[in-house]
Design a protein around this ligand. Structure first.
Ligand code: ADP
Ligand code: MG
Length: 257
């Protein structure tokens, strides 16, 4: 059975999508079967994996709101072992449409149950909000992977994030765990970045990955070419870091490569 993981932080711009695209690609490159679900209406994971958002037949919207079978929305990507369930702009209205629906919090969980066995890992890219799409994600997963940006307000919002996880555990998903915390956009030249690393490690005790993702311009460029960093520029610092993170992730899972 595959493990299902949400990349979650209700703050925008902290590196969720970048981590989703690149960690997934690195894990797939190591031979694991990976499916990425893009549940953010912005669809940055979808375009970041080179899929044109304008030509899609079925998206995660059709699965959550409609009656479409999840298997009909799975797309191959250009990369081996890496599949995608794309997002759609229609998702922006899904929060409202879901409000009146029965079982509105567990629609995604039910859908994912049908493909769990087909993958080693399923990663969900959450939107930057605490609405029903995020609740659906957190209700569907085994664990959350939390990216935190190395900036002045890094820990702002973290207590709200932890409260949300506690609420979901209590009401919808008792076995929900924290997979790990990834520090992103680290700039070793600033004392601030170094200070943030200490603060986050202190707060999350032992849950923070040793691998830290540096600020790297190649990581910011790669999405406009629709390529994960390991294919866009394999020798960049960003590619090195996400490869290392994938290795650390699999190591902690005791998943042999
Ligand atoms: P989120 O999904 O949390 O909103 P993104 O992954 O989209 O965050 O990142 C926000 C912006 O920062 C994007 O433009 C992305 O390309 C850029 N970015 C993310 N991580 C890095 C990094 N390590 N180095 C440089 N730019 C980054
Ligand atoms: Mg995003």
């Amino acid at each position: 059975m595959g493990k299902v993981i949400a990349i979650f932080n209700q703050k925008g711009g902290v590196g969720k999508t970048t981590t989703n695209v690149n960690l997934s690609a690195c894990i797939a490159e190591k031979g694991k079967k990976v499916c990425v679900i893009d549940i953010d209406p912005q669809g940055n994971t979808t375009s970041g994996l080179g899929v044109d958002k304008n030509t899609l037949e079925n998206t995660i919207y059709d699965i959550i709101i409609g009656e479409t079978n999840i298997k009909e929305a799975i797309l191959p990507t250009e990369y081996e072992n890496l599949h995608l369930i794309p997002s759609s702009v229609q998702l922006a209205g899904a929060e409202i449409e879901l409000t009146g629906m029965k079982n509105r919090e567990i629609k995604l969980r039910k859908a994912i149950d049908e493909i769990r066995a087909d993958y080693d890992y399923i990663f969900i890219d959450c939107p930057p909000s605490l609405g029903l799409l995020t609740i659906n994600s957190l209700a569907a997963v085994d664990s959350v992977l939390i990216p935190i940006q190395c900036e002045y307000y890094a820990l702002e919002g973290v207590s709200q994030l932890m409260n949300t996880i506690q609420l979901i555990k209590k009401n919808l998903n008792p076995s929900l765990e924290i997979q790990g915390v990834v520090l992103s956009m680290f700039d070793g030249r600033t004392n601030l970045s170094i200070q943030v690393v200490d603060e986050v490690k202190n707060y999350f005790r032992g849950k923070v990955y040793t691998t830290i993702i540096p600020r790297n311009v190649r990581l910011a460029e790669a999405p406009s070419f629709g390529q994960p960093i390991i294919y866009y520029d394999a020798r960049s610092k960003g590619a090195e870091a996400y490869t290392e993170l994938a290795e650390e992730f699999l190591d902690l899972e005791e998943d042999v490569i």
